[in-house]
Unconditional design. Structure first.
Length: 447
């Protein structure tokens, strides 16, 4: 359900209310195993384009999902109606689906009760933010662009949700999660500049700072030159680094590793990237979007995935983990990539220490070309510049690239401390900006 007005919504489903709903479902179920999942979210989004607000919408969505299993046959049904009658009907539908389903050889009963470490998943200021707060940030971004006679388009959003998992095994988990986001594209003629942020706290979006960054990129892009494709030293801003690592993280799947179809097959315990790099999962980090538990009720945990360049973990589903005797399944909900040894403080410092390079703000439309060595293709976007003698000298036409993270992250010349970055594929990461040598730009785009 949604509203454009200021309707007062009921409170989100609390821990006690979810326990009541879960108990009702579990008592009504006749299955050997039953799992109950809750998603209850109130969110608001303000969209703007051409320096005008075009939409300001609040939505409330709540659903309960019930999975019932008889042996290895299981079925799932959902409902948005939290009344007793609707929940009982949902249990009945799930059971009917289970009776019609074939055996699932990889089905496992729900997990037993777990212990969870409290994570900073919710911030009061975000939960309390409404249309007025989002409009304030939106008008700030639009106002700065208007003063420069530039066009602005983007979003400001905030949400608060309660998430729960309960099962016939005695499992029970419930937590509140907030999320705030800002994205801005600034238009200057044919040139664009971009900035984005995501955080549990709406106060951390730094709208003014990021708007100025996007404006500066758009203005610098007004005079553009075309360079030939080829291999260049590149300075990748955090968003560009995160884009390459997104595909990297998806490729850590344990099943494909064991089948021999993974780019990492046979390399567990071996050096796969620069020995200075370490990838950790940090669900308790306040600048990441870590969660307390997974959709199956497993606790998230801090873990090293790559240690000093060595691959140490794979992504396991519960069945594969059980087959391999893994009791605690590492999670990757809050990734942080860092470099050991001397680092520079800012992107400006990377530029200052570079004789000649291409500065890349962001990559988009990244796709896999060869999964066996993780060769990717994609295009630069929203600010691509030529750096010479420690300074940006001009914008350049966007490039298409063909490269593998397994290769480029073994050609690191310099890096900064980890910085916030978001991607549409993986969400939020902390990654450094980096200077990399011999990056392959295979062609020049038409824009």
């Amino acid at each position: 359900m949604s509203s454009i007005g200021h309707k007062h919504w009921p409170k989100l489903t609390s821990r006690e209310e979810f326990r009541f709903l879960a108990d009702l479902v579990l008592k009504h179920s006749t299955g050997d195993h039953t799992l109950v999942s809750l998603q209850d979210q109130q969110s608001g989004t303000t969209r703007f384009a051409n320096n005008q607000i075009i939409q300001n919408v609040d939505t409330r969505r709540g659903s309960v999902s019930v999975t019932v299993a008889f042996g290895r046959c299981h079925g799932t049904a959902d409902t948005t109606d939290f009344t007793a009658g609707a929940l009982q009907e949902t249990v009945t539908r799930a059971a009917q689906i289970a009776h019609l389903s074939p055996d699932d050889p990889e089905f496992l009963p729900p997990v037993a009760p777990q212990e969870y470490v409290a994570s900073p998943t919710s911030r009061l200021e975000t939960a309390a933010a409404g249309p007025a707060r989002r409009l304030e940030y939106t008008n700030e971004a639009i106002g700065q662009c208007r003063m420069e006679n530039l066009g602005a388009a983007g979003i400001v959003s905030s949400s608060v949700a309660t998430v729960g998992v309960a099962a016939s095994t005695g499992l029970f988990a419930h937590e509140e999660r907030t999320d705030a986001r800002f994205s801005l594209t600034v238009q200057a003629g044919e040139a664009t500049g971009w900035a984005a942020a995501a955080h549990r706290s709406i106060d951390h979006l730094r709208v003014q700072e990021r708007t100025l960054t996007a404006i500066n990129k758009a203005k610098r892009g007004l005079e553009v030159r075309e360079l030939p494709p080829g291999r260049y030293t590149v300075i990748l801003e955090p968003a560009a680094v995160a884009g390459l690592w997104s595909s990297f993280l998806w490729a850590l799947d344990a099943k494909s590793y064991e089948k021999g179809t993974s780019a990492f097959s046979g390399q567990l315990g071996q050096v796969i990237v620069d020995k200075r790099l370490t990838l950790r999962n940090l669900p308790a980090h306040e600048d990441l979007l870590g969660i307390g538990f997974t959709s199956e009720g497993l606790p998230t945990m801090a873990a090293d995935w790559i240690t000093e360049g060595v691959l140490t973990q794979l992504v396991y589903d519960r069945f594969t983990a059980k087959e391999r005797g893994i009791d605690k399944i590492p999670t990757l909900d809050a990734p942080c990539l860092s470099g050991a040894g001397p680092s520079l403080t800012t992107i400006q410092e990377l530029i200052k220490h570079t004789e000649r390079a291409i500065l890349v703000t962001n990559f988009w439309y990244i796709r896999t070309v060869n999964p066996t060595d993780l060769t990717l293709t994609g295009m630069t976007r929203d600010g691509t510049f030529l750096v010479e003698n420690g300074a940006i000298v001009s914008a350049v036409k966007n490039f298409r690239f063909h490269e593998s993270p397994l290769r480029v992250f073994n050609r690191i010349e310099a890096f900064t401390s980890p910085t916030e970055a978001i991607t549409s594929e993986t969400g939020k990461l902390l990654v450094p900006a980096m200077t990399l040598r011999d990056f392959n730009f295979s062609s020049v785009t038409r824009f």
